[in-house]
Ligand binder design. Structure first.
Ligand code: AMP
Ligand code: TRP
Length: 351
């Protein structure tokens, strides 16, 4: 067994000139495809940040089983998730792409952090409140309750500077920072306090039909644009998006939530400012904007979908990428965990 510490790993990396600041993020494989909210809120930033950061990106299959999953489907969706990441431009030469369950240190650090997490603190997490609301708290799993603690472990193991996510993850990032601080204070400075990386313009993409709700896997329905759907079906969903009363094309999330959401999506996908879109569509009806946006969406999702399907045709390549990713991740995660075990007072196993 190797006994490198996290500090030694950092020193080695610095010496070899590869020590860029780190980023880390994860996504659950709980649907057959990612959607436009995932893409604009988080995944696109993953790709962009690869340039200047050293990234760790993973498929959060352990988080997925906090609610019941069909095992066959979970396995398939995990591979589809990885293929979509690569298709979007996550580059295994620059990023460690892996599956969470391949790295036991996530569960091991989670256990240590659970000893530092207050029951009331976990109960305040709004995602738990939302996800357990339907069946009642009593029916929710303990795993769903401690979900944010596992997320904190995911993050802290890699000592990232930034965590690119959508707005709905902000509270989990705050808990992560609190736990890191508590551990550092109680034992010894071990963890970096990570910052959320949330782009305001796309941090919350709304459902195309229920414009007050965020686009989400669980909502599904006609208001969700799935990246792996037939592009023509996605175009249709954009063209049938609910818009607001009146006909003026103006960015005003309070008064015009439907059209403002479409403008946000349009602006993000075309790299044009909202002001220039407002100007272009002044005096035209909602139909013109929706029809043009449908074309923009088709142009984005078509190559992404083709590339994903291609990658899924070569599962040996895909699993090899995930194996290499796990090897890179494991080196870092194991080193952090060793420091943690030592600091909390666990007896080291004999060498
Ligand atoms: P989830 O689909 O909930 O596993 O989310 C995966 C990532 O996408 C997380 O970083 C979320 O914050 C982000 N995300 C999910 N839905 C949206 C949305 N409607 N708008 C913006 N970001 C989102
Ligand atoms: N909870 C995140 C979501 O639902 C997924 C996730 C798990 C994550 N672990 C993470 C995101 C660590 C960022 C960092 O989207």
């Amino acid at each position: 067994m190797s006994t490198t510490t996290e500090l030694e790993v950092a020193v080695q990396e610095a010496a070899s000139g590869i020590a860029k600041p780190r980023i880390l993020s994860g996504i659950q494989p709980t649907a057959d495809s990612f959607h436009l909210g995932n893409y604009l809120g988080a995944l696109r930033q993953w790709v962009d940040l690869q340039e200047d950061y050293q990234p760790f990106f993973f498929v959060a299959d352990m988080h997925a089983i906090t609610v019941e999953q069909d095992p066959k489907l979970l396995r398939q969706r995990s591979l589809v998730a990885a293929a979509q990441l690569l298709a979007m431009g996550v580059d295994p030469a620059r990023s460690a792409v892996f599956v969470q369950s391949h790295i036991p240190a996530h569960a091991q650090l989670c256990w240590v952090l659970q000893g530092l997490t207050g029951f009331g603190e976990a109960r305040r997490m709004t995602q738990f409140k939302d996800k357990s609301a339907k069946g009642g708290e009593g029916a929710a799993s303990v795993g769903l309750f401690t979900y944010p603690v596992l997320q904190a472990a995911d993050i802290l193991l890699y000592r990232p500077h930034f965590v690119p996510v959508g707005e709905d993850q902000r509270q989990h990032l705050e808990l992560t920072r609190d736990l890191a601080q508590r551990f550092n204070h109680r034992y010894k400075k071990t963890f970096r306090l990570p910052e959320p990386y949330i782009l305001r313009a796309t941090s919350k993409i709304y459902d195309l039909q229920l414009v007050e709700k965020q686009m989400s896997k669980s909502l599904g329905g006609n208001g969700c644009v799935w990246l792996l759907d037939e592009p023509a079906a996605s175009a249709k969903r954009i063209r049938s998006a609910v818009t607001d009363s009146g006909s003026e094309i103006r960015f005003d999330p309070e008064e015009k939530p439907g059209i403002s959401n479409l403008l946000s999506i349009y602006s993000a996908l075309s790299a044009r400012s909202i002001a220039s879109l407002e100007e272009q569509y002044a005096g035209q009806g909602y139909g013109a904007l929706k029809s043009d946006l449908a074309d923009v969406v088709v142009d984005v999702v078509t190559p992404l979908r083709d590339r994903t399907l291609e990658l899924l045709d070569d599962q040996a390549h895909l699993t090899d990428v995930l194996k290499r990713g796990a090897e890179q991740a494991s080196d870092v995660a194991e080193a952090t965990l060793r420091d943690v075990y030592q600091r909390v007072g666990f007896v080291a196993p004999a060498q």
